[in-house]
Structures are given as C-alpha cells and as structure tokens.
Design a protein around this ligand. Structure first.
Ligand code: GLN
Length: 479
C-alpha cells in the first residue's frame, strides 16, 4: 500500500488502480481530523462511521469490477447548509439544530454518484451571513495557518478543512464571497461558478438570486474536477442553466498566451499594501506567460457593497420566514401560535441574522421599496453593464480576493461595516451572476496567505481556469 496522495485526482486514480483502498484513504483523513479538529473546529459533524461505510462500498465496487466515478474514494467535507439525507443540517443555527433533511441536495447526489465519500458537515456563519465564521451558533472555526485568526467566512469550516488537510476538497456556498474570501484567507483555491451552473436544489437559501455552490481544493485542477462533477443542468432547480457541465480540466494547463487580462484602474480602495503588491506580481506573471494586460474601468463597482446589503437581506428576510417553529428544528412553546413564532425566532436566530431580517424587511416595506430595494436593483443592472463593456476588451479580470489577510478573532465583530467591507471585491460578481475564483498567490502581512481573484464573463469558466492555472504555476504550485 502506497502513501495517501494529497489531491482528489491522485486519490481517485490510486483507488481505481487498486494501489490504495478507499477505506485506507478515509481512515487516514479521519486520523488527521482526530489529531487537530479540537484546535480548528472545522466541523459541526464528522460522519466517521458513515464515511467508512461509504468507502467500503466503493472498495466493494472496485473489487467486483463495477464502474466507479471520477472521485472514487475522495473524502469531501460539505458546508452545513446543504441537505444530506438523514444527517443533521443546521446552517450553524440553533433554529435548525437537530433537523435531518428527508432528501439529498443535488450536489450531494452527484458527489455520491462520482464515488466521493462525505466525511462531515462544516461550520459556517449562521445562514451564511458573515465573513469570519464568528457568527456560528456553535463556536468559531480557527484558521489553520494561524489559530489566533479567523478563517474568513461564511464557508470558514470548509476552507479550514481543506487547509488543515482534513479533506482534500470541500464544498461551500457563495452569495457575496463566502467561498472565495475564506479560500484566500486560508491559502486554498475557491471557485464560485456562474449563477445557474451548479444546482441549488437542497441548498438552504440565503439570497436566492445570488447563492451559488462551489468547491474548495488545494489545486486549481481539483477545483476544476469538482466543478465538472457538481455542474450541469438540474430540472429540480428552476434557475439551473440547461447546459451540460462544462469541460474544465483541459483549460487548467492551457496557459494564458494571447489572453487579454483586465486591470481595473478605478478599483475601490482599501486593500492592504501587501495585497496590492501581490496583485501587481500576478499581473507581471501573467504578462510574462504571454497575456496582455489591458486597463479597464468599472465605475459602478463602488456602489456594489451598498446594493448587495439591500438585495441580500431583502431576499433573506423572505427566505428565512419559513423558520417559524412549525416545520423545521427548534420550537419554543407559547400561549398561542403567534407568540410561538416570535419566541422561536427570538431564541433560534443569532444577532446578525436578526439584523439582516430587519434590514431586509425595512428595505422591502411599503414606502421604502422604491428608494432602497428598487434602487439597489438599478445599481445591480449598472454593474452588469460595466462588466459587459469591460468584457468587450478583455477575457478575464484580476483583482484581490479580499482587501485584508486573515484578521484576529473579535477584531471586527462589533463593527458590521468593517466586516462587510471584507467582501468589497467579491460581491460585484455575485450581483452580475458571473464566475470567479480565488487562487493563493504568495503572502502578505504577518506571512499570511493572499488570494488573487480571477473574474470572467457568464459561462467563462474555461477562460477563468486558464488564468487560475497560470497563476498557480507562477506562485510555484501544481502543474
Ligand atoms: N459576507 C457576506 C455576507 O455576510 C457574503 C456571505 C456569503 O457569500 N454567503 O452576506
């Protein structure tokens, strides 16, 4: 038996070639979790027994000569807002504690079909609202690069799981940056596909016009492989694009020769100098690899954060109305039904979730709808038009992923505005519905990881992965 490889594609290849068993792989990853999870707290639930049974089933298929998928025996951690049949799905909220979905999300079904082994459910900011995973009702996750710091959020547990070596890959959800920002802060790859490429059936909704599921990985190729597996049309999600999953792996090693890469000259300020330095290095590396750097402007970008913090809470206030003590999770009994709703929601939701519900309800209320929500929708349109104009000149755009490297616990919890500013560079893509990824690219302040963000037009995943692959090579990574 050879040593356990570290990437998903190598694990699957070794399992399929019978060089290792899926059971040996899962045992190895479970022992890594045992060794360090009490320090990191990446998981809300480690599914050790279930994972071993899944791995044994894959091994039995291989011994019997039955076909197995491209992720055969690959452990994967799942953000705790994706439904797993019979397995608690909490969104890191007290209101859902104990709730076991009666069905699998489409991404889970696709992963299982591909032979992946679900190893656990990861911690997150409650209902995916946050940028540090400090809003979890079940305690914070620590950044494996420096445990005195946050892993980013809201998919902090999924990012930390991959960074800590608890699983080679994981899934997160990204409504305003929740895959890319924690990926950047933990030094791993994170991808938000085009809105509609990955089915959201079985993803507990935060803001439905923005939410998208995507992978975390240690290499760009693994992120491409995962996106291929979970992508493609799903009739169960009415926003799913009726196209087959894109072929992405060949793009990763294609290089950027001849590509035009946009540099945003009016990018909102605020990035740390070390982050800006890494961005400049990234441009230089792409130019050296044969790309042309083109200056572009995106004038509406400075309004993106404001528009997002009206649109996302507005949609959340409606989506979260279903958590009322009747159908899911927690119920606090009271004298009559209305008081029961109130008592359940007061006890079940954390402060940030309540803040968003109130903001959203206000933005949608009669008399304010046009001034707030309506106006935000117009800004959203302007941002999409800015990108349309830019993509007439360039194939992809580079920005920092996060303006800052991972910060210390407690640094921003009492200042929602400074927390919201963490998403200033990731939010515009969600508003436009475009794909974006974060690739680790050197280090910034305190020697902490910096992520560079690659943006591409809708369904431009192939261009995005070409750039991502080139950045990874320039940063000294896979190839
Ligand atoms: N941090 C942003 C928010 O709090 C984005 C979260 C996300 O993408 N789910 O809304």
């Amino acid at each position: 038996m050879s040593a356990i490889p570290s990437t998903a594609s190598e694990i699957a290849a070794a399992v399929i070639a019978k060089r290792i068993t899926a059971r040996a792989v899962i045992d190895d990853y479970l022992s890594r979790i045992d060794a360090r999870e009490s320090e990191i707290h990446a998981f809300n639930l480690v599914m050790a027994q279930d994972a071993r049974a899944q791995a044994d089933a894959i091994d039995a298929d291989i011994v019997a000569g039955r076909p197995v998928g491209p992720l055969a025996g690959v452990p994967i951690a799942i953000k705790d807002n994706m439904c797993t049949h019979g397995v608690e799905t909490t969104c890191s909220s007290k209101i859902l504690e104990g709730w076991k979905p009666p069905y699998d999300a489409t991404v889970i079904t696709r992963l299982r079909t591909a032979g992946a082994v679900i190893i656990g459910k990861t911690n997150m900011d409650e209902f995916a609202m946050g940028s540090s995973t400090e809003n979890s009702a079940f305690g914070s996750t620590r950044n494996p690069c420096d445990v005195s710091r946050v892993p980013g959020g809201s998919s902090g547990g999924s990012a930390a799981a991959v960074a800590a070596g608890f699983s080679p890959v994981s899934l997160g959800s990204d409504t305003g940056g929740s895959i890319r920002q924690p990926a950047a802060m933990c030094g791993v790859v994170g991808v938000k596909p085009t809105y509609g490429v990955v089915s959201r059936y079985g993803l507990v909704a935060y803001a439905s016009s923005l939410d998208q599921i995507g992978p975390f990985a240690t290499t760009v190729a693994d992120a491409a492989l995962l996106t291929e597996v979970i992508g493609g049309h799903d009739p169960m999600d009415s926003t799913s694009i009726p196209l087959a999953s894109p072929s992405l792996l060949p793009s990763v090693s294609q290089g950027v020769s001849g590509m035009r890469i946009g540099r945003v000259t009016d990018l909102p300020a605020g990035a740390e100098p070390e982050v800006v330095a890494q961005l400049n290095e990234a441009f230089a590396a792409l130019e050296a690899a044969g790309a042309t750097i083109v200056d572009i402007t995106l004038p509406s970008l400075s309004y993106a954060l404001t528009a997002y913090y009206l649109i996302a809470p507005a949609e959340a206030s409606s989506n979260l109305a279903r958590f009322d003590g009747v159908r899911f999770g927690l119920r606090v009994n009271a004298a009559d039904t209305n008081s029961m709703y109130g008592a359940t929601r007061a006890a079940g939701f954390g402060d940030e979730v309540k803040r968003r519900i109130m903001l959203g309800t206000y933005a949608l209320s009669a008399g304010y709808y046009d001034a707030y929500y309506g106006k935000a929708l117009k800004v959203r349109r302007l941002i999409a038009q800015d990108f349309e104009r830019a993509y007439e000149q360039v194939d992809a755009i580079l920005t920092p992923t996060s303006p800052v490297v991972a910060f210390k616990f407690g640094d921003k919890v009492d200042d929602p505005m400074s927390m919201y500013l963490c998403d200033i560079y990731t939010i515009p893509t969600n508003l436009a519905g475009h794909p974006a990824m974060s690739v680790p690219f050197g280090t910034g302040a305190h020697g902490l990881p910096v992520g560079i963000q690659v943006l591409a037009p809708a369904l431009g995943e192939q261009a995005m992965f070409r750039v991502g692959g080139a950045l990874e090579v320039a940063a000294g990574g896979a190839q």
